[in-house]
Design a protein. Structure first.
Lengths: 280, 264
């Protein structure tokens, strides 16, 4: 349910009552969505919310369908997806080793703590203007911002995961004569994997927000992307339905990416399911 | 030992700043002013005011204070709505089932895309910014509260019933306290999100605030001032986080086993 709590494990061999319960939940969720849409439409039609303030849901949905036929929108959607992928990949490649370094060498962690705690709270959007002056607009700028903003959840969750490793397992492994690096690779990292996966999911949503935010503030000059798309349309007065339709797709994109990472996590960490459920 | 750690930590920070100072003053890059120049400008910009204004300048009271106020107001609204709503939804299995897809979608919605919508709905300035911050920060609080309230130990609930605790007592003595660690997790995520949205909404539509000041600095190519605002935001985030840590420590002092992934 939450940003950081994987749902309880549901093995591939889940019995049919479990499957039935899941179907019931789906039905309820779908009902909830339909009721919500109906209420929103009714509020607009009766004039409780003037249509000049907020367009009808049906209008927004209509535009959302039309957008799928717009080459420019699809190109922008693709560009955001690309920046997300590159940014998130770099974040993981930089964040996990850094987290392992800080998590397994207490001396380094203590020493760098003040620096990390000053850097972390700087909101990454605050860097948009600086980075756009230093690097110039474009993919390089978006990716730099994404890595800066998204690395913290990966870093902190990797460290938390390493803290959580069973010391007996580590000591036992060491006692068999394995080197420290082998122990990290064969015991600590697998044990910390669920934490790292949670960090990557948080990082993924940060990455999308930052790419769209940077594109929106810098505009088309930053290249294609959903942010630029919305910036293009935000100048006109009657464009609210299109903006809301694009927002709808942005939300769906975020949801799909989140579920994809979650599914990958469950697949890759199936052996670790009992632990997965424990991660808070 | 811990005092030594503490000292060591600040020595490393000082060394880092010193290295930056040496590097920047040797290079004279317009993009990377030395820390000494940034600190001097920060003092001049914000803290060189008259004693009657606690040494705050007009710029500080006109730009920095409104930003802080909006951040806190947005977070307060998100908390006041999110926590009770979260407890109510979390205690009802059916309600959570009906609302789950909508709530997940709300969380996934990149709130930055809604800035033009909020600009159209609200007046530029406080209204629009507080609405953006509140809308964006409510999801982590809401979803974590739901999770916390729905995972109260059933044995404890049964015990509370057996001891004939009223519904109200069960809520205040059992459900809220056991949901509290989760609520704090959500609040921590919301706090950093609030700062992001504060800056973002001020960059997009505002006539004052830290974000507005950044935009001015960028337009006049005043990189030192731009760096000042970035450092100020870092300090602000650090302080807000430290306050939250203090509150959490005293609120969860009973919760010895509080642990779990620190979620950036």
């Amino acid at each position: 349910m939450t940003a950081d709590a994987p749902p309880s494990p549901q093995g591939p061999t889940a019995a049919s009552p479990a499957r039935k319960a899941r179907a019931a939940r789906w039905a309820r969720g779908l009902t909830g969505v339909v009721i919500f849409l109906a209420i929103a439409e009714a509020l607009g039609l009766t004039g409780a919310i003037p249509q000049s303030v907020l367009p009808l849901i049906s209008t927004v949905l209509g535009h959302a369908v039309q957008l799928l036929g717009s080459g420019r929108f699809l190109a922008d959607l693709g560009a955001t997806l690309g920046a997300w992928a590159v940014g998130l990949a770099l974040t993981v490649v930089a964040g996990v080793p850094l987290g392992v370094l800080l998590g397994s060498l207490p001396g380094v962690r203590v020493a760098t703590r003040a620096i990390v705690e000053f850097l972390r709270p700087i909101p990454s959007v605050a860097l948009i203007l600086l980075v756009s002056l230093v690097l110039g607009p474009g993919l390089r700028m978006s990716v730099t911002l994404i890595v800066y903003g998204a690395i913290w959840p990966v870093l902190y969750n990797t460290m938390a995961g390493l803290d959580d490793v069973d010391p007996v397992a580590k000591e036992t492994h060491r006692a068999f004569g394995f080197s420290r690096i082998d122990t990290i690779r064969m015991v600590s990292l697998p044990s910390a994997a669920p934490f790292i996966a949670t960090g990557i999911r948080l990082a993924s949503s940060v990455a999308i927000i930052l790419d769209i935010g940077a594109g929106y503030i810098t505009g088309r000059i930053n290249g294609a992307g959903l942010g630029a798309f919305i910036a293009d349309y935000s100048s006109g007065a009657g464009n609210l339905p299109v903006i809301l339709a694009a927002t709808l797709w942005a939300g769906i994109l975020g949801l799909v990416l989140d579920r994809t990472i979650l599914a990958a996590e469950h697949r890759l960490l199936r052996w670790n399911h009992t632990r997965l459920a424990e991660v808070s | 030992m811990s005092r030594l750690n503490w000292l060591w930590r600040w020595v490393v920070l000082a060394a880092g700043v010193g290295a930056w100072q040496l590097w920047a003053s040797g290079r004279h890059s317009p993009f990377f002013p030395p820390p000494s120049a940034i600190v001097a400008r920060m003092y001049h910009l914000w803290f060189s005011g008259p004693a009657s204004h606690v040494f705050l300048t007009a710029d500080a009271t006109g730009n920095v204070l409104p930003s802080i106020w909006r951040t806190l107001a947005g977070l307060a609204i998100a908390t006041v709505i999110g926590v009770p709503l979260g407890v109510a939804i979390g205690r009802s299995r059916a309600m959570s089932d009906y609302l789950e897809p909508l709530l997940q979608f709300g969380r996934a919605l990149p709130v930055v895309t809604l800035a033009p919508v909020f600009l159209a709905l609200f007046r530029i300035g406080n209204q629009m910014e507080i609405a953006t911050i509140a809308f964006g920060t409510i999801w982590p609080i809401l979803l974590n509260t739901i999770d916390g309230a729905s995972s109260v130990d059933p044995v404890q609930l049964e015990t509370a019933r057996a001891f004939r605790l009223s519904a109200r007592e069960r809520l205040t003595r059992l459900i809220i306290p056991s949901a509290l660690p989760k609520i704090f997790t959500g609040f921590r995520l919301s706090l950093s999100l609030a700062l992001i949205l504060m800056v973002f909404s001020e960059l997009v539509g505002s006539s004052n605030g830290i974000g507005y000041e950044m935009l001015n600095a960028q337009n006049s190519f005043d990189l030192t001032e731009l760096w000042c605002t970035i450092v100020l935001l870092g300090i602000l985030g650090y302080l807000l986080n430290a306050i939250l840590n203090g509150v959490q420590r005293s609120a969860l002092a009973w919760h010895r086993g509080a642990r779990g992934a620190e979620a950036g």
